[in-house]
Design a protein around this ligand. Sequence first.
Ligand code: F6R
Length: 602
Amino acid sequence: MCGIFGYIGSRKDAGKVVVEGLKNLEYRGYDSWGVAWKSNGSVSVRKDIGKISDVRSEDFSDECSLAIAHTRWATHGGVTKLNAHPHTSCDKQIAVIHNGIVENYEDLRRDLAAKGHTFVSQTDTEIIPHLIEEEMKTTKDFAAAVRAACLKIHGRFAVVAIHAASAMLVAARNGSPLIVGVKRGKGEHAPALSGVEGYFIASDIPAFLDQTRTVQYLDDGEMLVSDGKSIFFSDIRTGEERPKREIEIQWTQQQAEKGAFEHYMLKEIMDQKESVARAVNQDDAQIMTLAKAIREAQGTFLVGCGTAAKACLAAEYFFSVIAETHVNVAPASEFKLFHHFLKPESLLIVVSQSGETADVLEAMRVAKSAGSKVLAIVNNEGSTIAREADYALRINAGPERAVASTKALTGQLAVFLLIAYALAGKLQEGKTLLLETSAAINDLLNPRYIERLKTLAEKISAKRDIFIIGKSWNYPMALESAIKIQEVSYIHAEGFAGGELKHGPIALIEEGTPCIALIGKDEVEGDSISNAIELKSRGGYIIGISPERSDAFDEWIRVPDATAAQAIVNIIPIQVLAYFLAVSRGKNPDMPRNLAKSVTVK
Ligand code: F6R
């Protein structure tokens, strides 16, 4: 949700560097973009609506060593050139990019207007450069002015600011991610005495993976000041230094690239040939400890948003069927209403690919204020959720850049299954099942299978509605199927528990309506087939995703029999189908309208 990228260092082409970096962050927002750079003692700004991918980095040729850039996902104010970041002060000397929401911006704007400041945009962000400008009337120190301005802002933010008269880049964070990439110089760009060639300040690690894998994390309530040769971290409130370690992260540039694939979404679907096995590669002792924590907890709650919430719902079935253990599931955005049931002995399990989702962070804070423990199941290395949780389990999916979550979901499901098997005292059985499932996925995702799903997508892509049904753990997968189809193809899709259809939704079925039935060889298989027949009798065109063919199906999409891991294999053909539905309707599946990866506002 908004991408931030800044550079300060010894390179003389900072404008080009930040445009290239911003292209790696486009998945965080693609309404509009903007760049500010400092050269010859002044700040220049260029911004526009549209996609950063359409911008040529060579057009940013001014010699400069300090630049900031932003890709926007609109919250306050429509998608216009004036509302795009960076925003500037009245004297145009200060430029700011921002992620988050300034909750008290109306009050601040009124005060600043009374002091003579004029505003050109409808954004909350624009007050920040003006606040800094106002503070600079009392302190000539740019970093001190940014600190004072940040103390006046209410709400979650990540801010990066530059000033025409300062050689510094200043950034601050409270609730929205900001990570520093540190590049040691050994190549064409002369390093400083410190050995540093430059610093990259970004919302996400993949943005600078092509430059460095050495990172420093800025925590909430902290700011940083850099002159390009060194960097100083401090507490926003007290100004006290906050020393930071440098951390080498595991992700590689290759993992973050789409390679020969046309879209990240398809690349990430295909990554599942290996990513499920990576999710299973957990430390047995740690999984057993977590299973014990669930067994002993007085109330275990599972929360996430969107696709991650569907993983939680599937886990409710895993824990019940495999381990006879009860857990409570809620969308993270609803969780605070259940705070009465939290005790210090309760356990909250949060699931998040990005590790930055605002509603999930809020749920964690609700649990922590009740003294409960928090376990996070995350993908992004070093994310806020991973660092704020008491324990964090990584799903090891590698960078997920397409807005539609695919490999993260199957990793989350695999980790939940492992914990469920551990709870049942059968961890090794669970591991074996998941590794066999991973091998079956590898076989499944072959060119013929992909082609078959492409043909099916082309056949149904002009339909108005698609319905998906499932029972047991296939029910959350039916809900997830609907999300996948809706968000990338814009076809109206809805998922239901198979047995619920005859209580209302069946009235929507018309002759030829595509109805997808997700089925496994389990205790509800017969009921699921009956539900499919009910739809067929009303004219539904039945697409069965199942290990076995049935007369109920008009089309059969074969999947391997994966027993308790059926949810993992059944969702994969749906991901491929959703991808080709989008492509055959001429939509870019990596950039669905109105959406952004990593939802850092509530
Ligand atoms: C859908 C999708 C979203 C995310 C949701 C949570 O394909 O990607 O529904 O699952 O925004 O995001 P994370 O997992 O990053 O917390």
